[in-house]
Design a protein around this ligand. Structure first.
Ligand SMILES: C[S@@+](CC[C@H](N)C(=O)[O-])C[C@H]1O[C@@H](n2cnc3c(N)ncnc32)[C@H](O)[C@@H]1O
Length: 291
C-alpha cells in the first residue's frame, strides 16, 4: 500500500476506536514517508488516544523537528499532556487554525456559539464613556471585523491586525477599517506610528497565556486617558491556564494585578459572558483599563 492509502486506513481505524492498530499502521506509513509532518502528528495523536502518553510526547517532539514552526499545534498537545504551562500558542498554529476557520467563522460563532464580545465591549464603553469619540482605535486580532463594525461610529481612525490573512480578508470586506494588516498583534502594536485612544481585544487574549507583553505595549501605545478594552475567559483561582479546547483562561486577580503593574487604572473588570460552548455560557471577564 502507498503511504496515502495506509494513512487513510489508519484514520478509519481511529474512527472505529482502534487506536492501537491505527498507531501500528501509521508507524508503517512513516517508514515510507519519514519526514511527513502531518503523518507524524497523526501518529502522536493516535498514541495519545491509545493512552500511550510518553510515546505520544516523544512523537509530538519528533513532529516539532519536522515542522519547527508548529503549524499543527504540537506545543498545545504537549502542554496538555505534560501539564507544563505554555506562555502562548505558536503563531503558525493560530494562523493555520483561523485561515481554515475563516469561511465559516461568523456563522459558527454567531449562530452556534452566540458570540457577543464586540457587543458587550460596545455596551461597556457606552456606559463608561458615553460621549467620547475615540480619535484613534486599534483592534487587536480583528478577525473578520465584528468589533470594527460594533465600534465604527465611535472611532475616528480605525486600524486592525490579525495573524490570519483569511480573517483579515473578511474584515476588509466589511469596509469599516481605515487600515488593516496581517501579522502578530505585538509586532503591530510595537510599530504603531501614532498613539491610540482605544485599543480593543475582543476574544483574542484567549490565545495568549502570559499577557505581560500585550499589557505593557498597550499602555505604551495609548495616549494618557486612553482605554484598553478586552474580554477573556475567566479562570477561578489565580494566574492563567490552557484548557482542552486550546484556549487560555485568566483569573480576575491576574488581570487586575497585571493591569496595576503595567500602570493602568482599572475602570472595570467584571463578569461577562461572550460565548457559549455546547449550549452552556462560558464564564468570562470584560475589562476596561485606563492609561
Ligand atoms: C476568536 S477570533 C476573534 C476575532 C474578532 N476580534 C472578533 O471579535 O470577532 C480570534 C482572532 O485572534 C487572532 N489572533 C490570535 N492571536 C493573535 C496574535 N498573536 N496576533 C494577531 N492576531 C491573533 C486570530 O487569528 C483570530 O482571528
Amino acid at each position: 500500500m502507498t503511504a496515502d492509502r495506509r494513512f487513510a486506513y489508519a484514520q478509519l481505524l481511529r474512527r472505529d476506536g482502534d487506536a492501537e492498530a491505527a498507531a501500528d499502521v501509521l508507524a508503517q506509513t512513516l517508514e515510507l514517508a519519514p519526514t511527513w509532518p502531518e503523518g507524524q502528528f497523526a501518529l502522536a495523536e493516535t498514541l495519545a488516544e491509545a493512552g500511550r502518553k510518553y510515546d505520544a510526547i516523544a512523537a509530538y517532539e519528533h513532529y516539532l523537528t519536522l515542522d519547527p514552526a508548529d503549524s499543527m499545534g504540537a506545543a498545545v498537545k504537549l502542554a496538555l499532556l505534560t501539564e507544563v504551562k505554555p506562555a502562548t500558542l505558536p503563531a503558525a498554529y493560530l494562523t493555520r487554525l483561523f485561515d481554515e476557520y475563516a469561511p465559516r467563522f461568523e456563522k459558527a460563532l454567531i449562530e452556534k456559539l452566540h458570540y457577543r464580545a464586540p457587543q458587550i465591549l460596545r455596551e461597556a464603553l457606552d456606559e463608561t464613556e458615553p460621549a467620547r469619540t475615540f480619535t484613534r482605535v486599534f483592534d487587536l486580532g480583528c478577525g473578520t471585523g465584528l468589533a470594527g463594525v460594533a465600534l465604527r461610529d465611535r472611532a475616528g481612525w480605525l486600524g486592525g491586525v490579525d495573524l490570519s490573512a483569511a480573517m483579515v480578508k473578511g474584515a476588509e470586506s466589511k469596509g469599516v477599517y481605515d487600515e488593516l494588516e496581517v501579522g502578530d498583534m505585538l509586532a503591530a502594536l510595537e510599530k504603531l506610528d501614532e498613539k491610540c485612544d482605544l485599543i480593543l481585544a475582543a476574544d483574542v487574549l484567549t490565545y495568549v497565556g502570559d499577557l505581560t507583553a500585550v499589557f505593557m505595549l498597550a499602555k505604551k501605545q495609548l495616549n494618557a486617558g486612553g482605554l484598553f478594552a478586552f474580554t477573556v475567559q475567566r479562570l477561578e483561582g489565580d494566574g492563567f491556564t490552557l484548557g482542552a479546547e486550546h484556549r487560555f483562561s485568566h483569573s480576575r486577580s491576574y488581570v487586575e494585578s497585571l493591569a496595576s503593574q503595567s500602570g493602568f487604572e482599572i475602570v472595570t473588570v467584571k463578569d461577562a459572558v461572550s460565548r457559549k460552548e455546547k449550549g452552556v455560557d462560558v464564564p468570562g471577564l470584560l475589562a476596561i483599563l485606563r492609561a
